[in-house]
Design a protein around this ligand. Structure first.
Ligand code: SF4
Ligand code: SF4
Length: 478
């Protein structure tokens, strides 16, 4: 029988432990020297005759057992095996678990790279006023909660994320939504979790008290110290925002700690010329007190001076590698580390996540515009071409199913031979829409970056696994 190794990625630790990541199952398997030699021996696309190979092997019995084990585990398969049928969508209508409420179109900053108001804005907009109402009404916020609870199926827990513009410009709608969700959630016997992204300029004592009392997961968009923050994150007149937000963040950190709140996150937009990642991470965690920091490279804009070019990615990967060293050191001694990009990737690797779609947009997650229109996610609200219904009349299931069918990773021919497919699945729909004018296309402009980052995740995973496997227990409950 002709056998061959399936699509995979090999990796090893500096101490010589060998592993393989199997793309079809998203499994990570340790390889002893014999198994490692078999994975190599059958790696040619044409495969090879198993009987002939075994006949030549000096330790035939051991080799035969190892070959059977690898076949059972799906690492080696017959070359003439029929392709598995294309994966199907989960049973539809798929229950909603997260609703992202765009409570306002407005922002009090005018950051140069903002996708809401910059050149990559999706809506056909009127500048910073947006195409819809500037603010969501309290009624629409409450209707959104009813919509979520009606469409959550059997889920015991749902999440509401508040977004903008600058989210806190419409604090009244946030408060109305939360108070209503507490009441209705109890009736429906569902726990409701809240989260919010803010630029921190409007974190007054009253707002901080409300958010921390209701255990919000809070993410602050901030680019680093004053010199980093004020490069792009400016008020309309051009003045930087760091001096305004620093004391507000300090108050938030203190209140959140005092009330034993959820982890406080910073989200850094990485542009060309940004400070080294490790330096920014240290500043945000040690000086400002954030628990986690996520880095978002600006990738979509063609020809934008602030977008990271190819060399920018190489540099960024090196810098992520430096911060990964700190992550490994913490993990080996049983400590958490707040490098959110890497933590999220390690969680997905450990849980064996194998995505048919890159994210929950349109599936378990929908965005709501200020007027109550439903979009695939917060970035697609007010985009008529990606509307999937509204909170009053519900989801247009035909439109939703058609989109998800077309967006399935199996439809993305370029992704079929990519080992990173279980984690990437073609990448962000919004980015594909901006770059290619088609949200269902694969984001081929950043494949090298994604594969490089997955390689970093795999090697980090192996290093921690061989030194402190108990570290991963934290990823097993959620
Ligand atoms: S978009 Fe690129 S990196 Fe992502 S799965 Fe497809 S081929 Fe792989
Ligand atoms: S489409 Fe892009 S922006 Fe929207 S939820 Fe998915 S990854 Fe996020």
């Amino acid at each position: 029988m002709h056998l061959r190794t399936v699509l995979h990625r090999r990796f090893r630790t500096e101490t010589g432990h060998e592993f393989v990541y199997v793309a079809s199952s998203a499994a990570i398997l340790g390889l002893d020297p014999l198994a490692s030699s078999i994975v190599d021996a059958f790696a040619e696309p044409a495969g090879r005759d198993a009987e002939a190979w075994l006949a030549d092997h000096p330790e035939r019995a051991d080799a035969e057992t190892a070959l059977h084990d690898l076949t059972d585990l799906g690492v080696i398969r017959p070359t003439d095996e029929a392709q598995a049928p294309r994966a199907q969508l989960p049973p539809m209508p798929f229950p909603i678990s997260t609703l992202v409420l765009n409570v306002t179109n407005k922002c009090n900053l005018s950051c140069t790279y903002c996708y809401e108001y910059g050149d990559d804005r999706l809506t056909a907009g009127k500048g910073s006023e947006g195409t819809g109402k500037a603010r969501m009404s309290d009624d629409t916020a409450r209707q959104s909660i009813d919509f979520l609870l009606r469409n959550a199926g059997d889920r015991p827990q749902v999440s509401i994320t508040f977004f903008g513009g600058e989210t806190l410009l419409n604090f009244p709608a946030i408060r109305a939504a939360v108070l209503y969700a507490e009441e209705r959630g109890a009736v429906h016997r569902k726990r409701v979790h809240y989260s919010l992204t803010t630029n921190a300029t409007l974190l007054t004592d009253e707002v901080v008290d409300f958010l921390t009392t209701h255990r919000f997961g809070i993410t602050v968009s901030i680019d680093g110290d004053a010199s980093q923050q004020d490069r792009h994150r400016t008020f309309r007149g051009g003045s930087g925002s760091f001096a305004t937000i620093a004391p507000r963040i300090q108050h938030l950190v203190a209140q959140n700690k005092a009330k034993k709140g959820r982890a406080l996150g910073a989200r850094v937009t990485l542009t060309a010329g940004a400070a080294p990642v490790r330096e920014t991470y240290d500043f945000l965690t040690k000086e400002l007190g954030f628990d986690e920091v996520g880095f978002a490279p600006v990738t979509a804009g063609l020809g934008r001076t602030y977008a990271l070019g190819e060399q920018g990615y190489e540099k960024l990967l090196r810098e992520f590698g430096e911060l990964a060293e700190d992550y490994v050191a913490a993990a080996v001694s049983g400590q958490s580390h707040g490098f959110a990009n890497l933590g999220d990737l390690l969680r997905e690797l450990h849980q064996g996540i194998n995505k048919a779609h890159p994210c929950g947009a349109g599936l378990g997650l929908l965005g709501v515009s200020t007027e109550g229109e439903l979009g695939l996610c917060h970035r697609f609200v007010e985009s008529k071409s990606h509307a999937v219904g509204d909170v009053t009349n519900g989801i247009d299931e035909g439109v939703r199913t058609a989109f998800l069918t077309k967006a399935h990773v199996d439809q993305k021919t370029d992704c079929t031979q990519c080992f990173a497919r279980p984690l990437c699945a073609g990448g962000c729909y919004h980015e594909a829409h901006v770059r290619y004018g088609d949200a269902t296309r694969a984001n081929l402009h950043y494949c090298e970056w994604i594969r490089g980052f997955v390689d970093l995740g795999l090697s980090t995973y192996a290093r921690i696994l061989t030194q402190n496997p108990k570290f991963f227990a934290r990823f097993e409950s959620s």
